[in-house]
Design a binder for this molecule. Structure first.
Ligand SMILES: NC(=O)c1ccc[n+]([C@@H]2O[C@H](COP(=O)([O-])OP(=O)(O)OC[C@H]3O[C@@H](n4cnc5c(N)ncnc54)[C@H](OP(=O)(O)O)[C@@H]3O)[C@@H](O)[C@H]2O)c1
Length: 248
């Protein structure tokens, strides 16, 4: 097992990639704290699936865009785990209205909503982690449009661009105590795929050399590598996982 004895907090782990990361980390021996916004949806199912499989997981509600809520989450995680070795900032906003908004249709409310979760939320959680984590690994989540540009999802890509620069700033500041890296995903098959009609789906897939979307389990494998000691000499990097869509 690759995370034996490690203590991990995964934000945005009620569903999608974060849930898959939490399950994989638990299978690899980590004690895991799961978190998402206050609501009862999905919550128990992730914890239950982990504990049923013999893993160690607990769940706390938090809104990553709210400083008081983040402070509470990390205090609860410290109490539950006694400290922290790994933070995965997987919480992110998915919303078809914001994704499809053209420049003229983009409102201050859209901008603030996305930035408050994806950019500010990532910062707040990293800031709070410093008080709990003596040594370890922070794994952030960005997106390939932040690296390569796109014609859709402008606000989202701008927020994920902040995650890239935040990753590099934190990596320089926190080395050698804490490594900070970021996963830049292309199209991973989670809830947002339901927004696409068949022709959109076809055009997305045909732009990917691997001719398919990535699976949440493939995204979780990258998180595992970056969280584990196998990546002990990697910090400040954005690792692309996108089936070859962006080649730099
Ligand atoms: N899927 C892709 O193709 C793709 C590509 C590039 C990057 N990403 C990024 O990868 C991450 C995971 O994506 P996904 O596709 O798995 O998304 P998802 O299925 O929509 O899951 C998002 C998670 O974030 C949580 N969340 C949303 N707002 C939150 C807030 N204010 N505070 C705390 N938790 C919050 C959600 O919890 P609730 O249950 O409360 O909604 C959920 O657990 C996101 O950062 C996303 O931007 C995804």
């Amino acid at each position: 097992m690759r995370l034996t004895g490690k203590r991990a907090l995964v934000t945005g782990s009620s569903k999608g990639i974060g849930a898959e990361v939490a399950r994989l980390f638990a299978r690899e021996g980590a004690r895991v704290v799961i978190s998402h916004r206050p609501s009862e949806r999905h919550f128990d199912s992730v914890v239950n699936s982990i504990t049923k499989a013999g893993g160690d997981a607990s769940a706390f509600h938090a809104d990553v865009s709210d400083p008081a809520s983040v402070r509470r989450l990390f205090a609860e995680a410290r109490q539950r785990l006694g400290g922290l070795d790994i933070l995965v900032n997987a919480a992110g906003l998915s919303d078809s209205r914001i994704w499809n908004a053209d420049i003229e249709e983009t409102t201050p409310e859209m901008w603030n909503r996305v930035f408050s979760v994806d950019a500010f939320g990532t910062f707040l959680c990293a800031q709070a982690a410093l008080k709990v984590m003596k040594k370890g690994s922070i794994v952030n989540v960005s997106s390939t449009p932040a690296l390569a540009g796109d014609t859709e999802g402008m606000v989202y890509a701008a927020a994920k661009g902040s995650v890239l620069s935040l990753t590099r700033m934190l990596a320089k500041k926190l080395a050698p105590r804490i490594r900070v890296n970021c996963m830049a995903f292309g199209s991973i098959e989670t809830g947002w795929v339901e927004w696409l009609d068949p022709s959109q789906l076809g055009s997305y897939v045909s732009a990917i050399p691997m001719r398919r979307f990535g699976k949440p389990s493939e995204a979780a494998n990258l998180a595992l590598f970056l969280a584990s000691d196998e990546s002990s000499y990697i910090t400040g990097q954005a690792i692309v996982l996108d089936g070859g869509e962006v080649m730099r």
